[in-house]
Design a protein around this ligand. Structure first.
Ligand code: PLP
Length: 453
């Protein structure tokens, strides 16, 4: 696997690899655990300890790792043609066939695909496409974007600015705040201030409409960005009816609805796309990445409607949509996506999610008898457990206690990887998980939580 010991690898890593979201002063003391290989739902460290990866990499490992036929599809494409330019007068076969496939899987008239390198660039593409579209319509003042607090849309400049997690928005990076605005996250547990769910929903909808009007309404607001379930912001499942009503407001004010399905697409909630199939709305744009290739290759896609395409492709605009990447429609990444989708269809992995989600939910909810488990929420194979110091008044643990990380570290020691996000443990496992895997996840979480209470 490697000529180096785990300790040596950790030292080399600490010396040279700056990881995403590094807290530098903590990083001086801790090192990252080197993972040497992976198979299905399991990852193995360089000392060959095995862990069930209940995070699915980073919400992306939908079909499980180490599939021979994925390796073959990727190798075959590399041998045939590892790269060719995507710029206008050239194309490549996997990119064409994948665009056709995505158009057939995406809801309604979402028939057009712009490729990029991952989720953030898919969101950036949507942002630029929206402004381009509004300019083509002659609506030069229609530029405001509304998103939600606690949302996560990526780490490029525009995607970061659309995101609403306070910690990701330090003032030194807040250059787009004149254009991008955030309304409340639809988090009922802990944030509902004593309202019923119906009252809470009404207040959210009123707040969004007030924000639209404050910004100048139909003439000024270009788009609303929403993850069907907020992921990195804490697996927030909005109240019943939220999606429908926000979408209706967008219709009323001629605002494009962008569903950021970087996490929720490709089976994670038991469907190809959650916005339409789980929440019954028809977005104008869907951004996706992650499960599109299950992490075998980096790839993002911005899938947009005939309505947008018709406007921007009309003759006479005399301008170019000056946006794109060297690796837009990379043939190897597109070949991986095609094979990934073929496997998902053949093995009916979305069906496995639908079948096992109720069991996953029931087993996770059994943890609510523990004194610090305040909430368990999610859908499909996207879940979190929220820890609280006091269930009666939603008192949180002090941040310096790092409760989520303390519990996930204990779980690591028992062969389970879950993702700590402040006072949460988050799960988004591969979609071919079994009942036995679910039992292992929940039993291991229980014993880890019991160790800290
Ligand atoms: N959008 C959502 C909803 C995400 O969860 C993420 C990443 O977690 C992104 C966008 C950014 O994707 P990437 O990290 O591939 O750029």
């Amino acid at each position: 696997m490697s000529d180096y010991s785990t300790q040596q690898l950790m030292e080399k890593d600490k010396a040279h690899f700056t990881h995403p979201w590094t807290v530098f002063d903590v990083y001086k003391h801790e090192g990252a655990l080197p993972i040497g290989r992976a198979e299905g739902c399991y990852i193995y460290d360089t000392d060959n300890n095995r862990y069930l990866d209940a995070v699915g990499g980073l919400w992306c490992n939908n079909i499980g790792t180490g599939r021979e036929e994925m390796a073959d599809a990727i190798a075959e494409q590399v041998r045939l043609m590892s790269y060719s330019s995507p710029f206008v007068d050239l194309t490549n076969v996997p990119a064409t066939l994948l665009a056709e496939k995505l158009a057939s899987l995406a809801p309604g008239d979402l028939d057009h695909v712009f490729y990029s390198c991952g989720g953030s660039t898919a969101v950036d593409t949507a942002f630029r496409l929206i402004h381009y579209y509004q300019n083509c319509r002659g609506k030069h003042d229609k530029k405001h974007i509304i998103s939600r607090k606690s949302s996560y849309h990526g780490s490029t400049f525009a995607a970061m600015s659309i995101g609403g997690k306070a910690g990701d928005h330090p003032p030194e990076f807040d250059y787009l705040s004149d254009t991008i605005h955030h309304v409340s996250a639809p988090k009922f547990y802990g944030d509902s201030s004593g309202k019923t769910e119906a009252e809470f929903l009404d207040a959210l909808i009123q707040e969004l409409e007030d924000k639209i009007i404050e910004l100048g309404g139909e003439d000024s607001v270009a788009a609303f960005f929403a993850e069907p379930i907020l992921g990195a912001g804490g697996v927030i499942v909005p109240p019943q009816g939220y999606h429908q009503r926000t979408w209706e407001l967008c219709q009323k004010y001629d605002i494009l609805y962008v569903s950021d399905e970087v996490v929720t697409a490709f089976g994670r909630l038991g469907h190809w796309f959650a916005s339409a199939d789980e929440f019954n709305i028809q977005p104008d744009i869907i951004t996706c990445a992650k499960g599109l290739t299950s992490g075998y290759q980096p790839l993002g896609a911005t899938i947009y409607s005939d309505k947008i395409h018709q406007v921007i492709s009309e003759e006479g605009h005399g301008r170019c949509f000056a946006h794109g990447f060297t690796y837009s429609g990379h043939p190897v990444a597109c070949a991986a996506a095609l094979k990934n989708i073929e496997i998902m269809e053949r093995e009916n992995l979305a069906g496995n999610v639908s079948e096992l989600a109720p069991y996953f939910k029931e087993r996770l909810e059994s943890l609510l008898d523990l004194p610090i488990v305040g909430d368990v929420r999610g859908r499909g194979f996207m879940w979190c457990v929220e820890f609280v110091a006091n269930k009666d008044n939603y008192e949180l643990f002090p941040e310096e206690l790092d409760i989520g990380k303390r519990i996930s570290n204990l779980a690591d020691g028992k062969g389970l990887i879950v993702r700590p996000i402040v006072h949460l443990n988050v799960m988004s496992p591969p979609l071919n998980l079994t009942r036995e895997d679910i039992d292992f996840i929940v039993d291991t979480l229980r014993s880890s939580i019991e160790e800290v209470v």
